[in-house]
Design a protein around this ligand. Structure first.
Ligand SMILES: Cc1cc2nc3c(=O)[nH]c(=O)nc-3n(C[C@H](O)[C@H](O)[C@H](O)COP(=O)(O)OP(=O)(O)OC[C@H]3O[C@@H](n4cnc5c(N)ncnc54)[C@H](O)[C@@H]3O)c2cc1C
Length: 367
């Protein structure tokens, strides 16, 4: 089976690798370079704990999180790329945490290592934390990695597994005839395929709109800062109003804004000021660190903030994998697996109804 993947972000590259391993002939079309957009802009947090442990989204996130240790080992063995996988855990000051999460149910999942820290334990673990913070939750199962390296590792592993990576190649149209996908058009060339996987991140709606099919995916801009973190002031990730993530490469990442700003590629004074102010509240001594870089990226967002995964109704052979919003790095391994199962006609082992592309149409019909 010949599969054409539109988009060479983390989702497109991870899916391409998995599809190639399942025996498909795969070509990835990426208009820039692998990971050029959101997948490089991200912070690389693998933090599946959200409001509740028993939603289908939580199950999806947990399933992907569980795949990560093996993904990291496998990519390192195939490519030699160290993705800087850090497993020390995240400290959530409780004032922020209590407001937005039900840790109770997650605490029952032993592998997450959820612990309540009192004042003394907290400041022993992270002496640089503000003395105003007296209680926190440590989630040892929160991990993080270098997502720029990860997407390159996926792309290299995919190429080594036989995937053709066409970079600098813009897809302008999907070709559908008699209710079946036939391929796609890049600038000046028609390419035939048995299946198309649309994984074009925040831009995924554009190609669908061009064929009169409504897929509402919008960009949600995120701004980030990297401080030079030598000598380091933190060893854990600290997550309050913002997160501070120490990377082995010697940077401390501060992120991230979530903004409705269209595709305006700008780092703003307000965005940076807000991130820094919130960071100072958590760890006052970061004031003295120098700013290494700032950037922004566009998260792919669907109206219910959930990923959009699965076959597009009414077009045989067209599959969608987008809308990963704040969790695309975390969700890449399970997305790759699910999309491969769908495309190759295997049975799925997870409840996916909440993520199907036709859910918005179904809801408006029943409203
Ligand atoms: C600031 C920030 C922080 C984040 N932090 C985290 C985090 O800590 N953990 C986490 O799990 N997630 C995080 N995310 C979210 C995560 O980055 C995204 O969910 C994920 O990268 C989406 O991957 P993707 O492959 O769908 O999209 P993208 O990485 O945007 O890839 C889509 C690709 O498609 C290409 N493309 C688009 N249109 C076409 C076309 N017509 N033809 C050819 N190519 C095309 C683009 O060039 C792009 O490379 C963060 C995002 C941001 C912005």
């Amino acid at each position: 089976m010949k599969v054409l993947v539109v988009g060479g972000g983390i989702i497109g590259c991870a899916a391409a690798l998995e599809l190639a391993r399942a025996g498909c002939r795969v070509t990835v079309f990426e208009r820039a370079t692998p990971g050029a957009e959101a997948s490089s802009a991200a912070a690389g947090l693998l933090a599946p704990i959200d409001d509740s442990a028993d939603t289908n989204f939580a199950q999806l996130a947990l399933a992907s999180w569980r795949l990560y240790p093996e993904v990291v080992r496998d990519l390192q063995a195939r490519t030699g790329i160290d993705v800087e996988y850090v497993t020390r855990g995240t400290i959530y000051p409780t004032s922020a945490t209590e407001r937005r999460r039900d840790v109770g149910a997650w605490a029952d999942i032993a592998e997450f290592g959820v612990e309540l820290l009192d004042d003394e334990e907290l400041h022993r673990l992270e002496p640089a934390l503000s003395p105003k913070i007296s209680h926190a939750i440590l989630v040892k199962g929160d991990h993080w990695l270098n997502n720029q390296r990860l997407v390159l590792a996926y792309a290299q592993a995919a190429a080594a597994a036989g995937v053709e990576l066409r970079t600098g190649c813009n897809v302008t149209r999907l070709v559908v005839e008699a209710g079946k996908i036939r391929g796609l058009v890049t600038e000046g060339e028609r390419v035939e395929g048995d299946a198309v996987l649309l994984a074009a991140g925040a831009w995924s709606g554009e190609l669908m709109a061009a064929m009169g099919a409504p897929l509402r995916i919008e960009p949600r801009r995120g701004q980030m800062i990297a401080l030079a973190h030598v000598p380091p002031v933190l060893t854990h990730c600290v997550h309050g109003e913002v997160y501070l993530t120490p990377r082995p490469s010697g940077e401390l990442l501060i992120g991230a804004t979530v903004e409705r700003a269209g595709f305006m590629r700008a780092v703003t004074a307000e965005g940076i000021a807000g991130l820094l102010q919130a960071a100072f509240e958590l760890v006052p001594s970061v004031r003295g660190l120098s700013i290494a870089r700032t950037w922004c990226g566009f998260r792919p967002w669907a109206p219910d903030s959930l990923p959009v995964l699965g076959p597009w109704p009414g077009v045989d052979g067209l599959f969608i994998a987008t809308g990963h919003f704040r969790n695309g790095i975390l969700l890449a391994p399970i997305t790759a697996r699910l999309m491969t199962e769908w495309i190759t006609g295997k049975e799925l082992n997870l409840p996916v109804k909440d993520f199907l592309p036709d859910r918005f149409a179904r809801r408006s019909r029943t409203a």
